[in-house]
Design a protein around this ligand. Structure first.
Ligand code: SF4
Ligand code: SF4
Length: 129
């Protein structure tokens, strides 16, 4: 994912954050039961959930096996297409979370307590409507 040529300097500073996890999109949780199911992911180590632009993702903090200690890609010429496309829009703008190492998501959950808190607020708001 890292080391788009035009963003090479930024990628160096960021130490290849995007190569240190993978994320999979989740079905958007809607019911109380859906949120209960999300908690099962979060009982596992190195597993988080984040929300960006109303889309929910499971994040697994598991570095790529091809990332070197110097934060280089050891299979750069053969890296997957996902890696080649990550972090840049079709207009050529940078679009990634790693540049300043401050990942900003709309929501970020790393414990079942945080899901409980979110669920409590969300469903109490609905019941008041
Ligand atoms: S997260 Fe962004 S800045 Fe960091 S290495 Fe990946 S593409 Fe480069
Ligand atoms: S293959 Fe290379 S660019 Fe892709 S995630 Fe692994 S280290 Fe990063």
């Amino acid at each position: 994912m890292s080391k788009h040529k035009s963003h090479h300097d930024i990628c160096k500073i960021c130490r290849s954050q995007c190569c240190q996890y993978y994320a999979l999109q989740l079905d958007t949780p809607r019911s109380y039961e859906d949120f209960e199911k999300l908690k099962w992911f979060l009982v596992h180590e190195k597993t988080k959930i984040f929300v960006d632009k109303k889309e929910w993702f499971l994040e697994v903090l598991n570095p790529c096996r091809f990332l070197t200690e110097e934060y280089h890609c050891s299979i750069y010429d053969k890296r997957p297409q996902v890696c080649r496309e990550y972090g840049i829009t079709s207009e050529g703008e940078r679009d990634c979370h790693g540049s300043d190492a401050h990942i900003k998501h709309d929501h970020y959950f790393d414990s079942i307590e945080q899901i409980d808190e979110y669920t409590k607020k969300r469903f109490s708001r609905k019941s008041k409507k």
